[in-house]
Design a protein around this ligand. Structure first.
Ligand SMILES: Nc1ncnc2c1ncn2[C@@H]1O[C@H](COP(=O)(O)OP(=O)(O)OP(=O)(O)O)[C@@H](O)[C@H]1O
Ligand code: SF4
Ligand SMILES: [Mg+2]
Length: 345
């Protein structure tokens, strides 16, 4: 199936007083129609900047955005005039922003905000737009849509606000939904409800989703494939099941170890990866993960590992979907423990 979205070597840098921050450094990804992919990584790894760059929402300056290609549904997004891109944004590609206040205006009622989307993008008149907005709120499980339309965002609970944002993002039945941490601010029960809701709406409308999250657990039941980001790069990509069964990158292995597990006494235990993410304005030479890596070998200090397909015969069938950027990937794929590499640095 041809990809609905193809991104080749996206780069975003910010010129700041502290130097050049390379927030996204050569990210390539693909999304097929109706598919869900996860974009996962720690805070500051470049997930939001990647999503915002796809819809032309990086502030320039201080940002500089470059890419070899961003193709959406047969169109080259980089070649579009700003007003053509604006027509696609919120209509064919829409986004649930990490910061709710980027989506919702605190001074306007929910009804005004939703109906305006339909008036601008679909040319509906006010009455039709109001009626379809109420239907959209009903679709996301809001019990009294009419009352919600008359409310201001601060009058709603966090879970309701998140539902309103999902309704707004899906009003125009987009082909792609960029969902940036759609459940992070919510408690666990509501998180599960919102993820179920996204799945159901995807089934109904066939929307493809890029699910952006720092929590690998969130993508487990949602995504067909996962891209793992570290320091502005994709360091591993794989089908979700294969990634969880055996990570090929030490960072992914670390993220998996951080999934909450239940102790014998029933309490949740949350591990963290040792060390800090690197300063994107002053990356060390070689592999950016090296200072935190238990598999490092001398080569890691001198060369940046490229993202390459899986090589082990056992993984040949996955090779196209499975890539990792690590000189010790073969050892991980074979199940070697950390520190087992010869000449460990
Ligand atoms: N406008 C900006 N000016 C300067 N630096 C920026 C700007 N926007 C983002 N950055 C930097 O780009 C890097 C990537 O940020 P991004 O918001 O994409 O991280 P993230 O992976 O979404 O993290 P989080 O999980 O915390 O949301 C960070 O170092 C951030 O400080
Ligand atoms: S083994 Fe080397 S290349 Fe792989 S993640 Fe560790 S430091 Fe990077
Ligand atoms: Mg973010």
């Amino acid at each position: 199936m041809p990809a609905l979205l193809e991104v080749e070597e996206l780069r975003v840098r910010f010129e700041t007083h502290h130097g050049t921050v390379r927030a996204v450094d050569g990210v390539s990804l693909e999304l097929a129609a109706g598919e869900t992919v996860g974009l996962v990584g720690e805070s500051g790894s470049g997930k939001s900047v990647t999503s915002l760059a796809l819809i032309g929402m990086i502030p320039v300056p201080p940002g500089v955005v470059e890419a070899k290609r961003i193709a959406f549904d047969g169109r080259d997004l980089l070649a579009l005039a700003p007003d053509e891109l604006r027509r696609i944004r919120g209509n064919e590609i829409s986004m649930i922003f990490q910061d709710p206040m980027t989506s919702l205006n605190p001074f306007l009622t929910v009804g005004r905000q939703l109906s305006e989307v339909l008036e601008v993008h679909k040319g509906r008149d006010r009455r039709e737009a109001w009626r379809d907005s109420a239907r959209g709120l009903g679709d996301v499980g809001i019990p009294n849509p009419e009352r919600c339309l008359d409310s201001f965002p601060h009058e709603l609970s966090g879970g309701m606000r998140q539902r309103v944002m999902i309704a707004m993002a899906l009003l125009c039945e987009p082909k792609i939904l960029l969902a940036d941490e759609p459940t992070t601010a919510l408690d666990v029960t509501i998180q599960a409800q919102i993820l179920e809701l996204l799945k159901e709406l995807q089934r109904r409308y066939g929307t493809a989703i890029i699910l952006v999250t720092h929590a690998l657990g969130v993508v487990a039941g949602m995504a067909n494939r996962v891209y793992v980001m570290y320091a502005g790069r994709i360091v591993e990509s794989a089908a979700t099941g294969a990634l969880f069964a055996r990570p090929h990158h030490p960072y992914t292995e670390g993220l998996l170890r951080c999934l909450p597990t239940l102790r014998g006494d029933g309490a949740a235990r949350l591990a963290a990866i040792d060390g800090q993410p690197p300063d994107l304005a002053a990356l060390p030479p070689g592999c950016a993960f090296r200072p935190r890596c238990g598999y490092a070998i001398p080569r890691c200090e001198a060369e940046v590992p490229p993202l390459t397909p899986a090589t082990l015969a056992a993984h040949a069938a996955e090779a196209n979907a499975r890539r990792s950027a690590c000189f010790s990937s073969a050892a991980l794929a074979a199940g070697a423990p950390a520190g087992a590499e010869m000449g460990r640095a």
